[in-house]
Design a protein around this ligand. Structure first.
Ligand SMILES: Nc1ncnc2c1ncn2[C@@H]1O[C@H](COP(=O)(O)OP(=O)(O)OP(=O)(O)O)[C@@H](O)[C@H]1O
Length: 360
């Protein structure tokens, strides 16, 4: 695997206010990655710095080993071999689709053939004489992608490119774009605050909170092995319940003694917080753990339930919809998790511990 982009200890600020701090990650040639985080956490600012539109206060950015940005030196955006696709498509309204795509490759002799190939690639053959306003949002975004790919960039940056589209089209187009990028072996970084989109689109995802990169990992690892309560909360659904280490492998909780395929270092009696995902909770009529249905969302094949435990704690469960529990019903439940995500309860009662973007 060849190293493509190296972002090292990047620091970015607007008017002395630090927005991104000590951000480091790298991507390999052919990788498709996402920067994921709540609104205002610094994703777009990071992307703009990679593209060359923001100058860092510290750290450096390299592409193929070549220095692109430091606090004192910046390669101009047009010399970086980086393409960009924006949320609002940013096509030139007075130019035809052909002229839009050919815009960045004016000097190339065979640009007619290149544009034709790109239009076929993005599934818009024969649209070259139309104007942007004659295309749908999804079609315009495909043209924007073709335009960004025309100069054969080493890296493509995508800033929330699907967020103006309706949910269905959004899912389909992001899948389609991923396939095109993989086929063409083009590396890309997507900025999004939509976790499902990041998961479906990317090989690796970086979770950012307030300008700090908390975890850089595969979607699978992020979901199953979150390294902090924030990532655990931000990725997927789930609730924490209180517990106490019983021994190195098991935890006493209000849902009984929980154990997974994992050994922990905390001494017996240590107070801990256990993350329970909706798929960890199953119905079990023989169980002594009784929960009350306090909210229900029918989702087709499954229903999502919020269940209240006798202590008042709330957890969630995805249950096949033919079970059809009603609000107020009481049911036996059991935890069925092959591994447990556990964090030690902060001794200082740190209010930040469980604060998530959803609650704040
Ligand atoms: N030109 C600017 N001048 C001053 N502050 C800015 C500027 N652009 C962005 N900011 C601030 O920098 C912070 C990070 O913004 P940024 O756009 O990078 O966040 P983001 O994670 O991409 O958010 P979103 O998902 O809402 O686009 C925000 O607090 C924002 O208000």
């Amino acid at each position: 695997m060849n190293l493509l982009l190296e972002v090292s200890q990047l620091k970015l600020a607007y008017q002395q206010q630090v927005i991104v701090n000590d951000l480091s990650f790298h991507i390999n040639d052919g990788d498709i990655c996402s920067l994921l985080g709540p609104s205002g956490c610094g994703k777009t600012t990071t992307l703009r710095a990679i593209a060359g539109f923001e100058n860092p206060l510290g750290g450096e950015i390299r592409l193929d080993g070549r220095l692109l940005s430091t606090a004192t030196e910046q390669l101009p955006p047009e010399q970086r071999q980086i393409g960009m696709v924006f949320q609002d498509y940013a096509l030139f309204p007075h130019l035809t689709i052909y002229e839009n795509i050919a815009f960045g490759i004016k000097q190339k002799r065979n640009k007619g053939a290149i544009v034709k190939r790109l239009l076929e690639m993005v599934n818009l053959p024969g649209m070259d004489r139309r104007y942007p306003h004659e295309l749908s949002g999804g079609q315009q975004q495909r043209v924007a992608l073709a335009r960004a790919m025309a100069p054969e960039p080493r890296l493509l940056l995508l800033d929330e490119p699907f967020s103006n589209l309706d949910v269905d089209l959004r899912r389909r187009l992001s899948q389609e774009v991923r396939e095109i990028l993989k086929e063409q072996k083009i590396s890309a970084i997507l900025v999004t605050h939509d976790q499902e989109e990041a998961f479906a689109f990317s090989d690796k995802v970086g979770v950012i909170k307030e300008g700090n990169l908390l975890q850089w990992d595969t979607p699978y690892e992020l979901y199953h092995e979150p390294n902090s309560p924030f990532v655990a909360n931000f990725i997927g659904q789930g609730h924490f319940i209180r517990g106490q280490m019983n021994d190195a492998e098991s935890i006493t909780t209000e849902l009984g003694l929980l154990a997974g395929n994992r050994v922990f270092n905390w001494p017996e009696g240590t107070p801990v917080e256990v993350l329970l995902r909706p798929d960890d909770i199953v119905l079990d009529e023989t169980s002594d753990c009784i929960a009350t249905v306090v909210r229900k969302t029918f989702m087709g094949a499954v229903s999502q339930y919020q269940l209240q435990l006798p202590t008042g704690s709330v957890i969630e469960s995805l249950i096949p919809s033919h079970h059809d529990l009603k609000l107020g019903d009481r049911t036996g439940i059991r935890v069925e998790a092959d591994h447990l995500v556990v964090f030690a309860t902060p001794t200082d009662g740190n209010p930040e511990f469980f604060r998530t973007y959803r609650e704040s």
